[in-house]
Design a binder for this molecule. Structure first.
Ligand code: ZN
Ligand code: ZN
Length: 324
């Protein structure tokens, strides 16, 4: 199951070479500090990057932080739809990506989408929004699109999962042009959200006909909020044994690395900086040094400040963990 890494490179162009510095990129990069002192080697690690100022600025932000992987919203995450991408915007994005140290980009779908909804209007809007997300990811050559499975809104987990897979099957049938793999994100289990048990993730995968076009993304803050503890060597091992038995590690395609302010099993989604929340540095150390996960893209979705110092600090902490 090979995954695409970066857009196609023009012949003879080397990745590390020539970081193009367009005016826009420069202005974003100049708000950032100097390049970090560490390098990720073959690891795909980074942060969710804002695209305020244009999609291409997300790449500049990630590059300034030395990210080898980033996550982006390809459109406003609180809107259903977006104007079509202009050819020029796509070309600028792909060129900036090629010229950057970023080797992997994943997209996160908008927050309004609820494929589990029992409401017809919301369902239609969610389907249309997903079509937009799938098309944009394909045009930008983004290999993964992370979605939240959805909220059943009081029907049942079983019916919610069936709605999600039935609707996703339609979307996948409609988009045979797409090379983007859709990843169900494990959730914290807030309200009636599906995806906080490994069994939900198993059943979601089981309901998709075109299984090679889907996978799982796990979020550390959501895992802990959902009641999965991995703060000690024994609980860490037990959690992955459980995941392997119920879902299968081969279906895990990406990780979101976030600490959380809330206690184990709180079913509340509150991200915090790496090592500063209830999970603590030890749990992230297990993850960063787990060879089974080395090939996976890992991105932080930790709180942002006015500068990139928070992202920088989180990435540095994660890097140090790989060095022990
Ligand atoms: Zn998410
Ligand atoms: Zn997440």
């Amino acid at each position: 199951m090979a995954t695409r890494r970066g857009p196609p490179k023009p012949a003879g162009q080397r990745r590390e070479e020539s970081r193009s510095r367009g005016p826009k990129k420069k202005s974003v990069a100049m708000q950032m500090g100097s390049p970090p002192s560490w390098t990720w080697g073959d690891r795909l690690v980074g942060v969710h990057c804002s695209t305020a100022g244009g999609l291409v600025t997300g790449i500049a932000r990630g590059a300034a932080l030395g990210c080898t992987a980033i996550q982006l919203f390809t459109k406003n995450n609180n809107r259903w739809l977006a104007p079509p991408l202009a050819g020029e915007e796509i070309r600028a994005f792909l060129t900036a990506w090629t010229d950057s140290p970023i080797r992997f980009i994943m997209a996160h779908a908008g927050y309004l989408i609820n494929l589990a909804s029992p409401d017809q209007k919301i369902t239609e809007q969610s389907m249309e929004s997903m079509r937009t997300e799938i098309l944009r990811a394909e045009m930008l050559k983004i290999p993964f699109l992370v979605i939240h499975p959805g909220s059943h809104k009081g029907t049942s987990e079983g019916l919610g999962i069936r709605y999600i897979t039935d609707r996703l099957n339609i979307l996948l049938d409609e988009s045979t042009f797409s090379n983007t793999r859709i990843l169900f994100e494990g959730t914290a289990g807030q309200g009636q959200c599906i995806g906080h048990r490994f069994e939900h993730l198993r059943d979601l995968l089981a309901g998709v006909r075109d299984i090679d076009r889907v996978g799982i993304c796990l979020d550390t803050a959501h895992l802990f909020a959902a009641g999965y503890d991995f703060r000690t060597a024994s609980t860490y091992a037990a959690m992955w044994e459980q995941f392997e038995a119920i879902v299968g590690l081969k279906w895990l395609y990406a990780l979101h690395l976030n600490d959380t302010t809330r206690e184990l099993g709180a079913r509340v989604d509150r991200h915090s900086h790496i090592g500063e929340g209830m999970l603590g540095a030890r749990a992230f150390g297990f993850l960063m040094r787990d060879e089974r996960l080395h090939h996976l893209p890992m991105v932080c979705e930790t709180p942002k400040g006015k500068t990139d110092v928070e992202d920088r600090t989180n990435l540095e902490k994660l890097y140090r963990m790989t060095q022990r």
